[in-house]
Structures are given as structure tokens and as C-alpha cells.
Design a protein around this ligand. Structure first.
Ligand SMILES: Nc1nc2c(ncn2[C@@H]2O[C@H](COP(=O)(O)OP(=O)(O)O)[C@@H](O)[C@H]2O)c(=O)[nH]1
Ligand SMILES: [Mg+2]
Length: 384
């Protein structure tokens, strides 16, 4: 398959590698061809689902001397690949990465980027604002980047889009985090800028975007389940599942943001409805009782409780992923509280206890919260 090449530039530490990982997924491969001798300055990644490679300019630094070394490496890569008979070594899009957490853009950074992109005169540019954790500051960040880039004639006409992103969940504290955001917009915008012959169909891009959202949502469930395994690890009979409420609210809100659901009173009611089902602690009690009566289970009470807590949060997370997918595709309404309640209930009954039992058995007393989360997630995940 013919592919485009996206050049990713930005100072070291700005988040290029994290961004590339987020766009392509962890299963992306480092491409082999044409990189001999340039691996210190460049790493090139791709996967089968996206019609572009990502070229990470590892050696890009604000000093123009270092940046130009990276630029030369890219040029060299293009040339050598072309000589090798690879026609697809032309740069199709450039991502200029700047950090959203810094309040001002240093002139040197912009100047170096302007010089670097002038080496590829007609290639469209997307300005990517990385680490854009603060939603209220986003608009200001976009203005700042817009102004900084407009002040360079060479750049101003070339920046087609300014996209703020969070590439990886950023944890503010136990109850609040900034989930990945902007990544699927960036994928779509980049595809739109590719030459026609290479561009993926909108159907394929939608499919890929959905798979990225699922990956982000599952990782959010993983974080929440790990937190639950920590909170739940107490040696007394399972306490009221209310102790998991803050974690669950944060988990469900995170998933709603990943699926691009607008904040509204309706969303608050929707989230409450899911949590309410989880706090009906009969679920946990039933699980504890069931586990007690099964011969051969002799894990410590705290280990069992940690598994139950992790399982409740994992089950709620899976219900939420399913629910928000249906809502974002327009198949269901956010006002349909009865539907989401029964959906959540079904994930917390029936098979729930047998899944928890399996998890307790296979963990065999291991108390590491990360391990517990990993095990219960496997049992509750439908899509993988
Ligand atoms: N939580 C979080 N951390 C990030 C994000 N982007 C970058 N980082 C962190 O910032 C640091 C530098 O990122 P890296 O991708 O290595 O930057 P590079 O030098 O441009 O490749 C690393 O510690 C990353 O974990 C993000 O979106 N979320
Ligand atoms: Mg890097």
C-alpha cells in the first residue's frame, strides 16, 4: 500500500514520541527501510491501519545547528529511499509540535521550526499543541500559536489546522484526570491533507478512529480498576461499595470525554444512573458470600476484596464504553436512563460472580493492584 509520510518536529521533551504512540497504538512497528545511518536523528513508525508513516525527529532541538542536522537526516532518508526504488518517501504533511503547558512560545522555537519547514516549501503544516491538559486554557493556547506562527511569513500561509491534544491520560489526582483528546481529530485532519491517491476512505478512517477511542477508554478503565484494587484492599468484610463512587464517577466521565459526549445536565444524570447500580452493594455482598462458599479459595480477605472492587469498577467501565459508543453513534439517547441501568445491571449480575471467582482463583492471593486490574479487565472486556 502506498503511504504518506508525516514529519513530526518539535523540541525534545515536547511529547513527539508519546504523540506518535497515541496515534499509531503501541503495536506500531519501526520501519526498516532507508534508515541506516540516520537512526540517531530519526525513528520511523507505521501500522497497517493508517495511510501515513510518522517520522520522529529525535534529534530536533531549539538550536538551529541541531535542528538542521535532523532536517538533513530527513532529506537524506527521502533521497536514499527514492534511490532504493521507494517512491513513497516524499514528505506529505508536517506536524509542528509546541507545548500547551508553557504560557508563551519562545521565539527561538518558532524561528527554528519556520526554518526547518522552509526546506519543504509546499507541504501543508498542522500545528499540534501537545500536553493540552487544561481545557479552559485551550482557546488561549490556540490564539497564542496562531499569533506566533502568523508572525513568520513563511509559516503563516502553511498552517492548515491548530489541534490541541492530550496524547496520554494525565492524572491530576485520584479523582480527576485529563484523558486523551484531539488524537482522532489529528488523524482525520492529517488524512484529509494527504494526496488523493493515498488518502484513506472516510469509512476506514472512522473505523480506525473508533478503535483508537476504544483503546483509550480501555486504558481509562485499567487505571480506574487499579485504583479500585488499592481502595478495596481492606481485611474487613467488603465495605459498602459507596467507597468506590468517586473513582467510578471519574472513570465514567473520562470515558464520556473520550467519546466526545458534551457535558450537560443529562450527562450528569446518565453518569449517576450507572453509579447508582454499582452502589447497590448487594452485588459485592453476593460476591463475597459466593466466594466464601466455594471450596479451595483461601486468599486473604483483603485480596478478595481488592478483586471484587476492581471487578465492579471494570464492569462499570465496560458498561460505560458500550453505552457511550451507542450514544456517540446516535443509536441511543443520553436520556435513556432505564436502558443504561439495565445494561449496567446485567454486567453486574449473572456472570459477574463467576468472573470474580475466576479472577480470585487465577490471582491466587497476589495483591499487586496492577496485576489485579489486568486480570479483571481481561474477564470483563468484550472487545479485545
Ligand atoms: N501524561 C502525559 N504525559 C505526556 C504527554 N505528552 C508527553 N508527556 C510526557 O512528557 C515527557 C516527554 O515526552 P516525549 O514523548 O518523550 O517527548 P519527545 O522528546 O518530544 O519525544 C514524557 O515524560 C511523557 O510521558 C501527554 O499527553 N500526557
Ligand atoms: Mg522522543
Amino acid at each position: 500500500m502506498s503511504k504518506g509520510n508525516v514529519l513530526v518536529i518539535g523540541n525534545s521533551g515536547v511529547g513527539k514520541s508519546t504523540l506518535i504512540n497515541s496515534v499509531l497504538g503501541e503495536e506500531c512497528a519501526v520501519t526498516g527501510y532507508g534508515t541506516t545511518g540516520t537512526t540517531q536523528e530519526l525513528s520511523i513508525y507505521e501500522n497497517d491501519s493508517v495511510p501515513f508513516r510518522l517520522i520522529d525527529t529525535v534529534g530536533f532541538e531549539p538550536s538551529f545547528r541541531k535542528a538542521s542536522k535532523a532536517v538533513r537526516s530527513v532529506k537524506k532518508w527521502s533521497r536514499e529511499s527514492a534511490l532504493d526504488g521507494h517512491e513513497e518517501s516524499r514528505i506529505s504533511v508536517i506536524w509542528c509540535c509546541v507545548e500547551g503547558t508553557s504560557r508563551k512560545l519562545f521565539p527561538d522555537t518558532i524561528k527554528t521550526m519556520a526554518k526547518a519547514i522552509s526546506m519543504w516549501p509546499s507541504v501543508p503544516v498542522i500545528a499540534v499543541i501537545t500536553k493540552s491538559y487544561s481545557v479552559p486554557e485551550r482557546r488561549e493556547n490556540i490564539m497564542m500559536v496562531h499569533e506566533a506562527f502568523s508572525s513568520y511569513k513563511k509559516m503563516s500561509g502553511r498552517v492548515r489546522r491548530i489541534i490541541p491534544v492530550v496524547a496520554m491520560t494525565y492524572r491530576l489526582n485520584d479523582e480527576a484526570s485529563a484523558p486523551p483528546e484531539g488524537i482522532t481529530d489529528l488523524i482525520e485532519a492529517t488524512n484529509d491533507l494527504l494526496p488523493e491517491g493515498i488518502r484513506a476512505s472516510s469509512h476506514d478512517i472512522s473505523k480506525y478512529k473508533l478503535s483508537r477511542k476504544r483503546a483509550f477508554a480501555h486504558s481509562a478503565v485499567g487505571l480506574a480498576a487499579t485504583g479500585a484494587a488499592v481502595v478495596g484492599a481492606v481485611p474487613i468484610p467488603f465495605p459498602d461499595a459507596v467507597i468506590l463512587t468517586p473513582l467510578e464517577v471519574s472513570e465514567i466521565n473520562t470515558i464520556s470525554r473520550i467519546y466526545g459526549i458534551d457535558r450537560s445536565d443529562k450527562l450528569v444524570k446518565f453518569v449517576d444512573s450507572i453509579v447508582e447500580v454499582g452502589t447497590v452493594s448487594t452485588v459485592a455482598r453476593a460476591a463475597v458470600n459466593a466466594l466464601k462458599s466455594i471450596p479451595g479459595i483461601n486468599a486473604a480477605a483483603s485480596a478478595v476484596n481488592a478483586v471484587i472492587a476492581g471487578s465492579i469498577v471494570a464492569a462499570i467501565g465496560e458498561s460505560s464504553i458500550f453505552a457511550f459508543e451507542q450514544i456517540s453513534s446516535g443509536d441511543r439517547s443520553i436520556a435513556d436512563l432505564e436502558w443504561v441501568k439495565s445494561l449496567t445491571e446485567s454486567n453486574l449480575s449473572g456472570q459477574f460472580i463467576s468472573k470474580v471467582t475466576d479472577a480470585v482463583r487465577s490471582l491466587n492471593g497476589q495483591q499487586d493492584p496492577g496485576k489485579i486490574a489486568e486480570t479483571v479487565i481481561k474477564l470483563f472486556t468484550k472487545y479485545i
